[in-house]
Design a protein around this ligand. Structure first.
Ligand code: DON
Length: 601
């Protein structure tokens, strides 16, 4: 056994030493077979490893500012902006654009996202810059004449894209809260694109992996292809310089003209032209009429904490609060981290919450989403009445809850805190890694495949296995439902935690577990990020878990109660978080599962 595994086992042993609560049904040793993967979205692209993931990475400490993001170059850009006198929003805008250059798999200007912002005085804001369905989109656009879903159409190629929101989101955020000039916060991204940056090993692997699609969708016209050699020839290597001249010009237009540099003029023309060539739907008119939307944050208490999170169009905030409130009455701390009782109540919470997600959640500009009812204690109590310690609830018997009067009808996260305590939590996405794989000719950036986040047909799972209904049906100008959960926590009225992650449907459960790891299980921010995670999303009715997340005893006990468990060959989450420690220092925690890096000072 290597050193890491020994240390990890020690941690499990300590976690497992806490006695279980008396209300818990006795563990049994009966065992059911661990099921095979059923096509759940595999987030990790490298070879699955049989070894449990383990990291003893420690957090980065700082007093004056902290940036945690998916890429070291982007975190450095954010830190430089803070050091140059910029505030958290300036740094966040700079990081969003830097990620669009150095992290093309998910960082973007061709996608969208959500920002949760809490200023130093404690006032909170959220900005919805999620993509929208193009004006010519129709509810059944991904179905054939027999009403069946055409595989891949909402995932790959020009038809898969929604109208991008990232640039307008950043313009809005900066206009309202930025301190440095727009030109200054854009400059690092322009430089990275024009002069190039050295690929990390993971950057190179990512681009090599999509070579077939790049050759098919963008033949002969993109610098993301190092050579036109056959798809099975490795092209990119660690240390290669990726220069993105077209993207540099696009970023300069945005730098010089603000939103018009993207939604009008040359960039809009190139984007619309690309869509015509590839039979996509987005027009110059769609671009011109896109606007990000400020929304009232959802805020709710959990014990002594105040949770500030994203309202719909994300489902993440509502779902996170539902889960936290379902489990709040239970002594998780006493039971211990990932002990069977702890895991059981968390799985049952997750199951019920994802059923509600499928029934109720959609774009609030189009459907009425009963947010306050969904997180109300009375409603949640009712949803819990069929919980049993003896046996797993059967997802087939779980439907979305009843609300009187209700009519049915590759992502990345970064966290920034500045010297004054202004805090930004942003999750932004193209949806799948490198989105639709369409690169806008002449403008040099990837487009999203966010249309797959709509429910393309009621009850038919999307690429994350999520199902939905009328509330999330496609309509022109509508935003597709999201799981992204950028969140900020306060304790005693002060900034406490900035948290978020990519991971599709698993975003919400990873954020939930990371928060509980700190506030219930006493972990540091970095330990909470390092800790192994699990996931249940109602359907399919199984709990997936990172290899090593559960001890043998937990596995035996849960299987004995009828829980279907599936050990993942990939990992869950790529968290980037900041915790404010009691002495006021910031602990930056970045996910050791990838290139994520925290930088502080
Ligand atoms: O908005 C959503 O929920 C998805 N488009 C997020 C996709 C994602 O996290 C993929 N990357 N891991």
């Amino acid at each position: 056994m290597n050193q890491r595994i020994i240390r990890y086992s020690l941690w499990l042993l300590i976690a497992g030493a806490v006695p279980a609560c008396k209300t818990q049904a006795p563990s049994t040793t009966a065992s059911t077979k661990v099921s095979q993967s059923q096509g759940v979205y595999q987030y990790r692209d490298e070879d699955p490893s049989v070894k449990p993931f383990f990291s003893d990475r420690v957090g980065v400490m700082g007093r004056n500012g902290m940036v945690a993001s998916a890429h070291p170059e982007a975190s450095q850009v954010g830190l430089n902006i803070l050091k140059a006198g910029g505030n958290a929003v300036d740094a966040a805008v700079a990081v969003q654009f830097a990620l669009a250059v150095v992290y093309p798999g998910a960082g973007n200007i061709g996608g969208g996202g959500f920002m949760v912002y809490r200023d130093q005085a404690g006032k909170a804001y959220t900005l919805d810059y999620r993509e929208k369905a193009p004006g010519r989109a129709t509810q059944n656009m991904y179905l054939d004449s027999l009403g069946n879903v055409i595989p891949g159409l909402s995932i790959s190629g020009h038809l898969a894209s929604g109208v991008p929101g990232s640039v307008d989101g950043m313009v809005e955020a900066h206009k309202r809260f930025g301190k440095l000039s727009w030109a200054q916060v854009l400059q690092p991204a322009v430089d990275l694109a024009a002069k190039g940056f050295a690929l990390t090993e993971r950057d190179a692997l990512g681009l090599n992996r999509i070579k077939t699609d790049l050759l098919k969708i963008n033949p002969g016209k993109t610098y993301f292809l190092k050579s036109a050699a056959p798809a099975d020839t490795i092209s990119w290597h660690k240390g290669d310089l990726l220069v993105q001249a077209d993207l540099a010009k696009t970023l300069q237009r945005i730098q010089g003209q603000g939103r018009a540099g993207f939604y009008e003029g040359e960039t809009a023309r190139l984007l619309a032209q690309e869509m015509v060539q590839g039979k996509g739907l987005i027009t110059e008119e769609d671009l011109k009429s896109y606007h990000a939307t400020w929304r009232e944050p959802i805020q709710a208490k959990y014990k002594e904490y105040n949770v500030i999170t994203m309202p719909p169009t994300s489902s993440g905030g509502v779902a996170l609060l539902q889960m936290m409130r379902f489990t709040e009455p239970y002594p998780l701390r006493k039971w211990g981290w990932n002990r069977d009782s702890t895991v059981q109540v968390m799985i049952e919470a997750e199951r019920r919450v994802y059923a509600d997600r499928a029934k109720f959640l959609g774009d609030p500009d189009f459907v009425k989403v009963p947010v306050s009812q969904l997180i109300s204690p009375d409603y949640l109590r009712n949803r819990w009445t069929d919980f049993s310690w003896a046996k797993a609830t059967d997802s087939r018997n779980v439907k979305g809850g009843m609300i009187p009067g209700y009519e049915s009808l590759e992502t990345t996260h970064f966290s920034v805190v500045d010297k004054e305590g202004n805090a930004v939590s942003i999750t932004t996405t193209l949806n799948g890694g490198y989105g639709s794989r369409v690169v806008i000719g002449g403008a040099g950036f990837f487009m999203n495949n966010e249309m797959d986040d709509f429910s393309v047909k009621p009850g038919v799972p999307n690429m994350f296995g999520l199902i939905g209904n009328q509330a999330n049906a496609i309509a022109p100008g509508k935003r597709m439902l999201s799981s992204m959960t950028p969140t900020i926590l306060e304790k005693d009225g002060k900034l406490f935690m900035v948290v978020g992650t990519p991971g599709g449907s698993t975003i919400i459960t990873s954020v939930y577990q990371t928060i509980l790891n700190v506030i219930e299980h006493g972990m540091t921010m970095q330990q909470a990020v390092n800790a192994l995670k699990f996931h249940h999303q109602w359907l399919p009715d199984k709990t997936t878990f990172e290899n090593g997340a559960f001890s043998e005893a937990t596995i035996q006990a849960l299987q004995g109660r009828g829980y279907m468990l599936e050990k993942l060959t990939n990992t869950l989450g790529r968290m980037d978080c900041v915790l404010v420690r009691p002495d006021g220092t910031y602990e930056g925690a970045s996910d050791p599962r990838a290139d994520n890096t925290a930088r502080g000072y």
